[in-house]
Design a protein around this ligand. Structure first.
Ligand SMILES: NC(=O)c1ccc[n+]([C@@H]2O[C@H](COP(=O)([O-])OP(=O)(O)OC[C@H]3O[C@@H](n4cnc5c(N)ncnc54)[C@H](OP(=O)(O)O)[C@@H]3O)[C@@H](O)[C@H]2O)c1
Length: 210
């Protein structure tokens, strides 16, 4: 698939690494062009592009900026009508120990509302960048889980296909409204990783009794 990754930080660079390894054609965008160029240079199969029109020929856009920058970055990426947007943001407080919105809305719903016509899917936000960068395999036959929530079946399918191509298992978490659950789940993951000291080589999953 052709994927545009907006953001070349912890998450963006991890996406570029795993997506190129999975054989996708990846364009990467950052605020600072040299950062995108650096990430592209480290990952054969990736190229750094300017944000303007960067979404134009993409099958999917991965939104990997801070939440405060997300809508601006997305709008700058060009025409988004019918475009699949994978929102990985978490609306975190400055100390990372809380969320700035929730219960009655979510970052994903706010982004979807700000960019009508785009097909937004929440996903990957419950994975630490370290897990994404190092890969899905946790050993003992266990893969990290990507939860996907969207009102668009197509967006969910695209996110699922990309996640599976990178080796992750996928849980269908329902409609976009359920980002209201996925974003606090990421908050719990951050607490466990940093607050409780478990470190960032952890990931939440769901299991079912046989
Ligand atoms: N880090 C994690 O473990 C993790 C896990 C799950 C979800 N998340 C979520 O993923 C998102 C990214 O996190 P991160 O840790 O990767 O942050 P980060 O390292 O600060 O990276 C953010 C990236 O967004 C780019 N950016 C900001 N505004 C932009 C714009 N207008 N146009 C283009 N690029 C723009 C920045 O560009 P410059 O480099 O040029 O400044 C930077 O490369 C956040 O919403 C976070 O909550 C993070």
């Amino acid at each position: 698939m052709k994927v545009t990754v907006i953001g070349a930080g912890n998450m963006g660079s991890a996406f570029v690494r795993q997506l190129t390894r999975a054989g996708h054609q990846v364009s990467v965008v950052a605020r600072t062009g040299s950062k995108a160029a650096q990430v592209a240079a480290a990952n054969p199969g990736a190229r750094a592009v300017d944000v303007a029109n960067s979404a134009a020929d993409a099958d999917a856009v991965v939104l990997a900026t801070g939440y405060a920058d997300a809508v601006g970055a997305l709008k700058a990426a060009g025409h988004l009508q019918g475009k699949v947007v994978i929102d990985v943001t978490n609306p975190l407080t400055p100390d990372y120990m809380g969320l700035t919105l929730g219960h009655s809305t979510s970052a994903a719903e706010e982004i979807a509302q700000a960019v009508p016509g785009a097909e937004v899917v929440k996903g990957f936000n419950t994975l630490f960048a370290q897990v994404l960068a190092e890969g899905a395999d946790f050993g003992n036959g266990q893969q990290a889980t990507v939860f996907v929530a969207s009102d668009s079946a197509r967006a969910k399918q695209v996110a699922t296909t990309l996640a599976k191509s990178m080796g992750f298992s996928v849980v269908d978490a329902g409609g976009l409204k359920n980002a209201r659950y996925l974003e606090p789940l990421a908050g719990l993951n951050i607490y466990l990783g940093y607050g409780a000291g478990l470190g960032t080589a952890i990931a939440p999953t769901w299991i079912r009794k046989a």
